[in-house]
Each structure stands twice: as structure tokens, then as C-alpha cells.
Design a protein around this ligand. Sequence first.
Ligand code: NAD
Ligand code: ZN
Ligand code: ZN
Length: 359
Amino acid sequence: MVHEVRAVVALAKGQPVSVETILVPDPGPGEALVKVQACGVCHTDLHYREGGINDEFPFLLGHEAAGVVESVGEGVTHVAPGDFVVLNWRAVCGECRSCKRGRPQYCFNTHNATQKMTLQDGTVLSPALGIGAFAEKTLVAAGQCTKVPTVDPAAAGLLGCGVMAGFGAAVNTAPVQKGDTVAVIGCGGVGDAAIAGALFAGARQVIAVDLDDRKLEWAKGFGATHTVNAQGDVVAELRELTGGFGPDVVIDAVGRPETFRQAFDARDLAGTAVLVGVPNPAMVWEIPLIEVFGHGGATKSSWYGDCLPERDFPLLVELWQQGRFPLDKFVSERIALDGVEEAFHKMERGEVLRSVVVL
Ligand SMILES: NC(=O)c1ccc[n+]([C@@H]2O[C@H](COP(=O)([O-])OP(=O)(O)OC[C@H]3O[C@@H](n4cnc5c(N)ncnc54)[C@H](O)[C@@H]3O)[C@@H](O)[C@H]2O)c1
Ligand SMILES: [Zn+2]
Ligand SMILES: [Zn+2]
């Protein structure tokens, strides 16, 4: 059976997104059909519609989602119809050279559904991050479904990308150690989750950096102990706030050459700079090699916060339920499917952390 559902599609580069009717096949072997209940609007969706990820238009957008499994294909045993799940975009294979070395968080061959979703005329859609969940139903690899306790889907869905990426960048990638000083550049959904993660990991100082004072105010609600407006000299101000040395860890949740340069320069000697913001393919970072050597320490990139969904999603739900992680605070507003284009503009104007489509 083919399911006809409404979904948000980016038909062409830089053009406003539109709500289209799409065709979703029943799950084949190893796949699951999910009835989407909520899906957050992430900056990565905007990167897709701007052509900043690749040119495989049309894109079926949306990838921070929670919902209920409607049906599963042959051979699927770990989820069943009726399960409440958060979708993840790195379903590890268990067989590649990284998985076999015991590093599944870097899996080099993550799984997506093999069947395609299409427009009504048969045009194949590219689902954002292999998910495509601004849709009433979506088809994914069963491993992309992570079971969590049944909670508000609008909040839970955010674990599927930005919140996990930010939290994990601090806790898993850096990793922040107790007593560290930490700065986070860019306080959107990803950056604020990194702030909360740094606090959870025991940082003694967490400095929020953003161009927008409203974002800095919100960042305090996630645990920032200090704020720096990025219109000033970020490196100098971070040093000043850390006894003249710079933070032990600086996390770049913007992903531009100038912000990564600030992260690189501002950290203490032998400190760590983490890139979790996603640059576009045209961006170039040039640096004298002697500075890489002379500064020591590490520069790291963080794919999905180096998370393991089955380990980390239920953990974050539990921390939220215990009042130790403010997951619901990321939900700025609940919107309908046709509100995604406007939500991109609100994101650009800095008015929201996450607009969440509720279905
Ligand atoms: N690595 C991953 O796995 C992963 C996962 C999800 C999102 N991302 C990426 O993380 C980035 C942030 O996503 P988001 O959803 O939080 O975006 P967002 O638009 O909500 O937040 C970005 C923030 O950065 C601030 N900012 C912009 N330029 C700045 C500058 N020069 N200095 C300081 N602050 C600046 C903005 O004011 C805003 O508050 C995006 O690039 C997104 O694609 C990465
Ligand atoms: Zn693998
Ligand atoms: Zn995302």
C-alpha cells in the first residue's frame, strides 16, 4: 500500500518551501513506517533549502521528530507498531571498520530506508538527513527509531538532532571535565544544549557567546554563568573572563570560519575547540600551521554529538523528568505544517529556539 500524506518540500534552491502531497510506501525489510507527531525546525533544514548541504533537490525536510511506529517490515524486531519513538539520523551498521573497532558513534555506513518516497508525479525525494519528517508519515530504517518513554512529542523530537548534537558536543566530543571553563559560540538550540551539557558535565564556568542579546538572556536559562556579545572582541573577552588564559573548551555552534577561528584562538593552551555548527561547502579555514602546533590541544568536529541514540535519548528523557535537563524550554512555539517557511524567518530573526510542527 502507498500512503498519500502532506509534507513540507524544498523544490528548488533558495525558494520558499511548500506543502505537497507525497507518496510513502509501506515498509520493506528492515524499514519502519512512522506516524509523525511532532518535528522541530532546525537550522540544518534551512541549510538544505539554501543548497548548503548538496544539490539533490527536491528535499523532504524535517528531521527532529517523534512519533508512533505504524508498521514495520520483514525482519524488524527491536520496534513494533504502537511504540513511541524518537527518530535518529545515524542508525549504526555494526559492521563497518569503525563499528568493528568499538567506535559505533563514528559509524561510516549508517542506515536509511532503501525504498524512496516521491512526489505524486514519481519524482524521488531526498529526505533531510535520511528522515524527512515534516510529513504526516515517513519511512525510515528501523534502526532510526529509538524507543523512549511516552512524553510530549514536541520536546522529545528535539532529541533527534539539535539538542542531542549540542549536549553531546559538550559531554561526549569535548568531553568537558569537571572543573573546566567552557565557552559556547552561538546560542541557538544547538548552543543552548551544549551549555546545558557543559553544566551537566561539571563545568565551573559556562560562557555564552552570541550576536543577539535576547539569545544571551535565554542562554542563562540553560545554565550560562557569563555572557559575551559577539559584536565585541570575543577572544579578548573570553580571556578576560578566564583569568587571562581562555576557556579549556570552546564549542562553535555556528560553524563559520570566523567563529571557528575565535574558538581556536580563545581556548587555553592545550585546550579543545569543537566544531558542531555545520559550515557550507564554500567556506575555507586557513591558518598558519605553526599555530596549530604551537597552541597544542585538540580541534574536533562533532557529528551528532558523538551520540549513541539508544544510550543517550532515554537518558536525556530521564534527566528531563528528574528536572535536571530543561528539554521543554527549547520548544518556543508549536506550529502547523504550513508554518515552516515562516519559522525559518523567525529563526533568522532570532525570535525562536525551536519552532515545532505538531501533527
Ligand atoms: N553537528 C551536528 O550534528 C549538528 C546537528 C544539528 C545542527 N547542527 C548545526 O548547528 C548550527 C546551529 O544550529 P541551530 O539550530 O542552533 O541554529 P540557530 O540559527 O537556532 O542558532 C544559531 C545562533 O548563532 C548565532 N550566531 C550567528 N552568527 C554568529 C556569530 N558570528 N557569533 C556568535 N553567534 C552567532 C545566532 O544569533 C543564533 O543564536 C547550524 O549550523 C546547524 O546546521 C549541527
Ligand atoms: Zn558502522
Ligand atoms: Zn537538526
